[in-house]
Design a protein. Structure first.
Length: 158
């Protein structure tokens, strides 16, 4: 989806813009041989938290991109609730991350690729806060291909 600015120039939508930032985080994970999933938290048009998967580096199965970004955002604002914030993540959150978003009371979740196997929507859509708005499929092909390519290369090596 494209928006047109008042000067006639094409501009990308805010969701596309911020998903591109989440993709940058995913590519950082890729350079560290982590599953390439990235996340950012945005509040009032400003990125206040960033994260990418760190499960291998930290030897911590809970070190998902969303957890890193949500914690960074809460630290930035000095509070535990992110009601006026949006979480952008390149892959549909898992049940753990969706559950964490409930406790942070995130206002909105925007994700790229759907995760048919482990995404929270396949298992339990009511795991997020009742007031959380959820949008999926933003830059879906790009987000999905990054993860698929990562696992293709892993299978070739193994």
């Amino acid at each position: 989806m494209r928006y047109v600015s008042f000067d006639g120039e094409d501009t990308i939508s805010p969701d596309d813009f911020f998903m591109a930032e989440a993709l940058r985080e995913a590519k950082l994970a890729l350079t560290e041989d982590e599953i390439p999933i990235g996340a950012i938290v945005v509040c009032q048009g400003k990125i206040i938290g960033r994260g990418h998967n760190l499960t291998e580096r930290l030897t911590d199965v809970s070190a998902h991109a969303e957890m890193q970004a949500l914690t960074a955002a809460a630290n930035y604002i000095g509070g535990k609730y992110l009601k006026d914030c949006t979480l952008y993540v390149t892959m549909e959150p898992c049940v753990m991350c969706a559950g964490a978003s409930y406790w942070f009371q995130i206002g909105k979740i925007v994700f790229g690729a759907y995760d048919a196997r482990l995404g929270f929507g396949r298992l339990n859509q009511k795991i997020t806060h009742p007031k959380t708005i959820i949008t999926g499929g933003i830059r879906e092909a790009e987000c999905s291909e990054l993860v698929k390519d990562f696992f293709r290369k892993k299978r070739l090596k193994g």
